[in-house]
Design a protein around this ligand. Structure first.
Ligand SMILES: *[C@@H]1O[C@H](CO)[C@@H](O)[C@H](O)[C@H]1NC(C)=O
Length: 283
């Protein structure tokens, strides 16, 4: 009993070595990377406002923003260059819908692929018992791969807009004091984009993983099993008869040296045998 249970336990984790299980594991790992890099992002840019009246200048104004990129709610204080008066300036744009959509898909994708991995490992027999279960798995996989494509594309577009809206050169244009020629405004540094660029890459990688797994889940559905038995068996039989004949011909027509070479390499056997025999027949 004990050894049988142990073997069964070893056997269940073998499913993670199959493409279906292995890709599911990658799916939830990559989903974590996608929502962590996007949802955990904070960026900072810095501008300087050098007023003609030096006392009111501020040569280092930091502007922080973060997920979900409701930039119209992000504000900072800039000198008005009139006495010591300051004025509040707001960034423009709202990219929260695309960012939140992307993170939502990532979170649900993580939950589903984690649950699916658990089902494959612990309940593989129950999963395969009813053809409905792989079919549901198949439909969900198709939906998620589509959602990853849509949300990654939407998020990639939103990110390029966020980059424009938080470009220090663009932000300067929002500061009223910078519109006056005698004041000098400068951009000190822009935000770091590596984290958000990574999130887009992981979004598209997730699409590739889910789209690729459509095939392996499809193989679990009953429909594929029914058709593969017929076509697979027929092609195997045909292949066998075609490769057998040249071998037999070659052993009669040609010397032993050629024959042993040919037996290691099927394509050369074909060309070696096909050429000389057809010429000898014509002559
Ligand atoms: C410049 O502006 C920032 C943000 O508004 C503020 O924290 C900082 O104290 C200002 N510096 C000077 C020298 O006024």
């Amino acid at each position: 009993m004990d050894t049988a249970n142990q073997l069964a336990a070893v056997g269940t984790f073998q499913v993670l070595k199959l493409p279906l299980g292995f890709i599911r594991v990658l799916e939830w790992l990559f989903a974590i990377f996608a929502f962590a890099t996007c949802g955990g992002y904070t960026g900072q840019l810095r501008v300087s406002v050098d007023c003609m009246e030096k006392a009111s200048s501020n040569l280092s104004i930091p502007i922080d923003f973060s997920y979900p990129f409701r930039l119209y709610q992000v504000s900072f204080e800039a000198p008005a260059c009139e006495a010591l008066r300051r004025e509040r300036v707001f960034l423009t744009g709202d990219f929260s819908s695309s960012a939140e959509f992307f993170v939502t898909i990532a979170v649900f994708s993580f939950l589903y692929s984690l649950a699916a991995t658990a089902v494959y490992v612990f309940f593989l027999n129950k999963y395969r018992e009813h053809s409905q279960r792989p079919l549901i798995d198949f439909v969900v996989t198709v939906v998620f791969s589509f959602m990853w494509l849509v949300s990654s594309s939407a998020w990639a577009k939103a990110l390029s807009d966020v980059k424009v809206a938080t470009d220090p050169d663009e932000v300067q244009l929002l500061i009223p004091a910078c519109k006056i020629q005698s004041n000098k405004c400068d951009s000190l540094h822009g935000p770091r984009w590596s984290g958000l660029n990574t999130s887009v890459v992981f979004g598209y990688l997730n699409f590739v993983l889910w789209a690729g797994n459509i095939w392996f889940v499809f193989k679990e559905t009953g429909w594929h099993k029914g058709t593969s038995r017929l076509s697979g068996g027929a092609s195997e039989k045909q292949g066998g008869t075609f490769t057998q004949q040249p071998y037999n011909q070659g052993s009669f027509d040609q010397s032993g040296g050629y024959n042993t070479q040919g037996s290691f390499d099927q394509p050369s056997e074909y060309s070696q045998v096909g050429g000389p025999t057809s010429y000898s027949n014509q002559m």
